[in-house]
Write a protein that binds this ligand. Structure first.
Ligand SMILES: Cc1cc2nc3c(=O)[nH]c(=O)nc-3n(C[C@H](O)[C@H](O)[C@H](O)COP(=O)(O)O)c2cc1C
Length: 336
């Protein structure tokens, strides 16, 4: 079954999708998966459950869909039917925003990579909260954990970032199984400066103290870049420990395009196979310096690259670019 589906995807579906502009292909695939009847066909398709408990959340298996794939949370039942152990939606910003002009996703098939500069195109916290409220109250609410990834609205000055995250947090906290604070996307000017100590402490203090006011506080995770120095990573770890952050997601896309130079002529964040080694190195460094749970993400394309992240110290994994290249068969290949 697994062999068949990955061959079917790689030989028939992928060539069709890869003939299109990457963003058009993405929307088409999302729409196809959502047509009535598709869900029923997908059920029972995924790997067997491998439950695990981490930061108080019960995961169906350790492989999740990374942030950015379903930014607006429009296809949650599909990811569940395909066998993902959890899904992280977003990045969600306080205000709806269109993102950068197109084209803004670029495919590099040889090195199995993508470069994107989407710039947080999303429906905004209010619309997404309403969508999730409806789904949670429906006859078939999600049975896998839904993480919600939050970022800063482009128009909000960086000095007011904490208030901007707080606005989205208040709306979305009750609807999330965990919240991920994204301070690492390269396509919102200034966002990565929130990884610096003083700004990070302010953000973590604002969000964790608000979280404590809710009847059911939720795990707060931090998603970091792969382009940090060891000193910067140590400071991030100490801030996370000080504010009892539940875990670290490592990593986002990289600004270092040297792995695919001179092909990589587009601006934006690089993901996929060329990111694999660097993100694994970040996971290893984190594991050597903290006991906090780690979600490993970056260049996971098969069982070997998944094992590498586990061996480096990750407890959970996420995929994005690997899923674009390998399709639904990737889940069974990794989870058995
Ligand atoms: C097209 C695209 C859009 C993305 N959007 C987001 C996003 O909105 N928020 C975020 O935290 N990460 C985003 N990411 C980063 C992924 O979640 C992931 O951290 C990164 O791509 C590395 O994993 P991969 O090599 O499996 O793709 C995006 C990645 C891609 C390729």
């Amino acid at each position: 079954m697994n062999r068949l589906t990955s061959r079917w995807y790689e030989h028939f579906v992928r060539p069709l999708l890869f003939r299109m502009d990457p963003e058009t292909a993405h929307h088409l695939a999302l729409r196809a998966l959502r047509v009535p009847g598709a869900l029923a066909g997908l059920r029972g398709f995924g790997p067997a459950a491998q439950p695990l408990m981490l930061f108080g959340v019960s995961f169906r298996n350790p492989l999740g869909l990374a942030a950015g794939f379903d930014k607006n949370g429009v296809a949650l039942p599909v990811w569940e039917a395909l066998g993902f152990g959890f899904v992280e939606i977003g990045t969600v910003t306080a205000r709806p925003q269109p993102g950068n002009p197109r084209p803004r996703i670029f495919r590099y098939s040889g090195p199995e990579a993508l470069i994107n500069r989407l710039g947080f195109n999303n429906d905004g916290a209010e619309v997404i909260a309403q969508r999730l409220r409806r789904l949670r109250g429906s006859a078939r609410p999600p049975s896998i954990p839904i993480g919600i990834n939050l970022g800063k609205s482009r128009l909000t000055p960086i000095e007011e970032a904490a208030a901007d995250y707080l606005y989205s947090f208040r709306l979305l906290q009750p609807l999330a199984d965990y919240i991920a604070l994204n301070v690492s996307s390269p396509n919102t000017p200034g966002l990565r400066s929130l990884q610096e100590h003083a700004a990070l402490v302010e953000l973590l203090r604002t969000i964790t103290s608000e979280n404590a006011l809710f009847p059911a506080p939720k795990p707060i995770l931090l998603k970091i870049a792969p382009d940090l120095s060891e000193m910067e990573m140590k400071e991030i770890i100490s801030a996370c420990e000080e504010f009892a952050i539940a875990g670290i997601i490592a990593t986002n896309t990289t600004l270092d395009h040297s792995a695919i130079a001179p092909d990589a002529d587009e601006q934006g964040g690089l993901s996929g196979s060329p990111l694999r080694g660097r993100s694994t190195a970040v996971v290893s460094f984190l594991r050597a310096h903290t006991r906090l749970p780690i979600i490993g993400v970056g260049g996971i394309f098969d069982a070997a690259s998944a094992r590498e992240k586990f061996e480096a110290g990750a407890q959970l994994l996420q995929v994005y670019t690997g899923y674009v290249y390998r399709g639904p068969g990737l889940l069974r290949e990794i989870l058995g």
